[in-house]
Design a binder for this molecule. Sequence first.
Ligand SMILES: NC(=O)NCCC[C@H](N)C(=O)O
Length: 420
Amino acid sequence: MSSTPIVPHVTSEIGNLEAVILHTPGPEVENMTPGNAERALYSDILNLPVAIEEYQQLSGVLNKVSKTFQVKDLLTEILIDPDIKVSLVERICTHEKVLNIKEDLLSLNNKELAAQLIEGVALKRDSLTTFLSDERYALRPLHNFFFTRDASVTVYNQIMISKMANKVRERESIIMDAIFNYSPHFKTSIINPMNTWHVGTETFIEGGDVLIARDDILIIGNGTRTSTQGIDFLAEQIKTQKGKKHIVVQQLPESPESFIHLDMIFTLLDRDTCMIYEPLLRQENSYATILMTIENGVVKEISRQPGLLQCLKSLGMDLKPVPCGGTDLWQQEREQWHSGANFFAHGPGKLIGYARNVHTLEALNQAGFSIIKAADVISNKTDLSDYEKYVITIEGSELPRGGGGARCMTMPVRRSKVNW
Ligand SMILES: NC(=O)NCCC[C@H](N)C(=O)O
């Protein structure tokens, strides 16, 4: 590698994207049956060729606007160092209690090892126990790794490795930890709750819940994937940052599964615009918004707030909300379910989202965003510099069945500063 390493830096959800980590879905998304899809955290089973075609619309657009990295390439590359290879395999086998397959894994070439760590390692039927086992894998496939947003988060100039709420996603964090520790492409310091002695089993925090709204404002979802202890862990790290920082916590319902992360009901679109799922963020409900203010290393204030938008307004972020699904409750529910609120901004007002959520797109169009097809961007039929505010639409018949949208499928490592 000849280029200088990237120093991670993210202080907003909308700054021009400079580097992003992606993972093109592979066989791991098909390595399941309807019977175990729920255990894989899917609401349905996926068709891989269609999912890949859809995904290539996302990656094709991102390749045009930013430097992109693929997890599998990054992983294969760090495995070249024999010490890293041994320590990562040992760590995974110890964590997943399968030290018996360690030698088999170490005998694989780096590319094959990287593939198996992601796609799953088949259980050998060479003992009575494994012969009779209902399991198919010694190491389960990482079905959800194409949602690269969740297993690690760029928080200002550091990388936080997530402490996942579900075992089936824990290896994603271990792999991201190894990548950020050893990849020559990045130069960073890492916060890892798994390496912190006082972190208990109730501490979990995932990237889909962590939104860096502005230099001084983090918005964090508190629900099935991010516990109050997880937020307190992050708050401890924020205490080491200079200046006043605000952590806005938004509680989320436990069900249905489409409310797993904050970014499924709320995303930032532009300096003054956000996408919201109205039933949870504008109507009376029991899900609280809480503001924590941290200054000089201590929590100065914790208070209940009248709502997320009002709280952000009081902090000087007066956002115009665009309703996911438009104005009709049934369409709102349908489109939120298919990740209709989950937009990724590659720059201020420059969005990527699913084409299927037509009522949401109509609401965005009314708010001044042009609707552009990803295929037209990739083929150069459309020149993005002709537009100021737009949504690039990607096909999404299969990808949303995995439970996420464009924001979930991107892990920004570096964004430029926003000219507020
Ligand atoms: N940020 C996100 O909302 N990510 C989507 C994750 C979906 C995945 N099936 C999961 O349940 O973890």
